[in-house]
Design a protein. Structure first.
Length: 423
């Protein structure tokens, strides 16, 4: 390899940018690795939802019609053909099971307890002490971890749990000790404690040990559930003990008109029927689809919201027209409001995913733009250096040519001198 070639290679090596000048890091990793990582994360973000078609609307509206019919014929305490009507054949059939130990302290019906037609149950803590209060009202949502995955644990309302424990404990103690213990809010606006060791006719209550009292207490509640007035809905005694006579009167009217535990459970039948059929429809339709579990859940919740929402609108309209709030389907209303919250939350989550993906795309484009600027800077640097190299080579050529011309001129002069001397 000639000296001129070696010199040229050395000069090319001199103008080559350092490799480190073309590198930069994002979050501690190279730009190329960062782009690869953020691209994978963007591909995993899905904010699309399953579109509706005619079959979805047919199923949703059909189940809504069935649920409306169920609300009338199963869970309406004022509709004479309903299972929940206390004068209907179903309730009369259940009354045959209304048998428990006589002369129980839980059934004290003295002053302030509203007589012997079952209304006293709404006035006592002892008849409103089922753990179902915690199951129905305390269980809010599935607990989720930081990634959004459900842990399977329930978040419970501690107030209602404490109320259930205290009420059940009071009832068991009453049966065990042979004492009726409760309180009423008097017309004078004060609370009055009642402790009675005998019934309203003066007959003393029997006492027993705690273990027997537990069985007597449970048997008593089960028997009262089968009565025409049934048991108050969980938490109802908080209203009848509220320090306001209007609230107490309103709660008692609801109970007399049929808003009780049996009615509430019957009202849940059409709601459960709709839930089961809708879940079966969604399962069989999308069990082999390309959609994710989250997309399918979102679609199912929206379909359920349509069905329950229509039924809830009819139920609320019925209450407004008849001016009887006892006909309100509490299970349906609670489920509808929960679905509204759930669907809105899911829609907000989809929007957040779209924004997150958009922001990640902007970051990715900025990193790629930075890489492009670096490459452009490299190209501009190398171009300028190549221009300088070419100019230097041109100058070298001119210099060499000029030196050659000077040598030739000197040679000519020497030759002329020699030739002159030879003459």
């Amino acid at each position: 390899m000639s000296a001129s070639t070696d010199n040229l290679l050395l000069r090319l090596e001199d103008i080559k940018p350092y490799d480190g000048d073309l590198m930069f890091e994002v979050d501690g990793i190279s730009a190329d690795d960062y782009i690869k990582k953020i691209t994978e994360e963007m591909n995993q973000i899905n904010f699309d939802s399953i579109p509706f078609d005619k079959w979805d609307y047919i199923i949703a509206f059909s189940l809504a019609l069935i649920e409306v019919a169920g609300d009338f014929f199963i869970g309406d305490p004022q509709f004479k053909h309903s299972l929940a009507n206390k004068n209907g054949p179903f309730v009369k059939w259940m009354e045959q099971f209304h048998k428990h130990s006589p002369n129980s302290p839980l059934d004290w019906q003295g002053p302030g307890m509203l007589g012997s037609k079952g209304e006293h149950r709404a006035m006592t803590f002892g008849h409103d002490s089922l753990p179902i209060a915690r199951l129905l009202y305390g269980a809010k949502v599935n607990e989720e971890d930081s990634s959004g995955a459900k842990t399977g644990k329930k978040i419970y309302n501690g107030t209602l749990l404490l109320k259930d424990i205290l009420s059940a404990g009071l009832a068991i103690y009453s049966v065990s000790s042979g004492k009726f213990i409760d309180c009423i809010f008097t017309k004078e606006g004060t609370y009055q404690w009642i402790v009675a060791t005998s019934n309203q006719y003066g007959k003393p209550y029997d006492s027993c040990n705690v273990f027997v009292a537990v069985f007597k207490y449970m048997a008593h509640l089960l028997a009262d559930f089968c009565s025409s007035a049934s048991l108050p809905i969980p938490g109802f005694s908080l209203l009848t003990h509220w320090p306001d006579r209007d609230v107490e009167a309103f709660a008692l009217k609801l109970y007399k008109d049929g808003m009780n535990l049996r009615t509430m459970l019957l009202q849940g039948i059409p709601v459960a029927f709709t839930e089961i059929l809708m879940r079966l429809y969604v399962y069989f339709r999308y069990k082999e689809s390309k959609y994710t579990e989250a997309q399918i859940d979102h679609k199912r919740n929206k379909l359920l919201l349509i069905s329950h929402g229509i039924t809830a609108a009819v139920n609320i309209g019925k209450v407004i027209i008849t001016k009887n709030p006892a006909r309100l389907n509490l299970i349906l209303i609670a489920r509808t409001f929960y679905l509204v919250w759930k669907v809105v939350s899911e829609e907000m989550d989809l929007t957040n995913r779209a924004l997150t993906k958009l922001e990640m795309g902007v970051v990715k484009n900025r990193v790629e733009a930075m890489q492009t600027l670096i490459l452009l800077d490299k190209a501009m640097y190398q171009t300028s250096q190549y221009d300088l190299l070419i100019q230097n080579l041109r100058d070298d050529v001119h210099r060499i040519q000029a030196e050659g011309d000077e040598d030739l001129r000197k040679f000519d002069n020497n030759f002329n001198d020699i030739f002159s001397k030879m003459q």
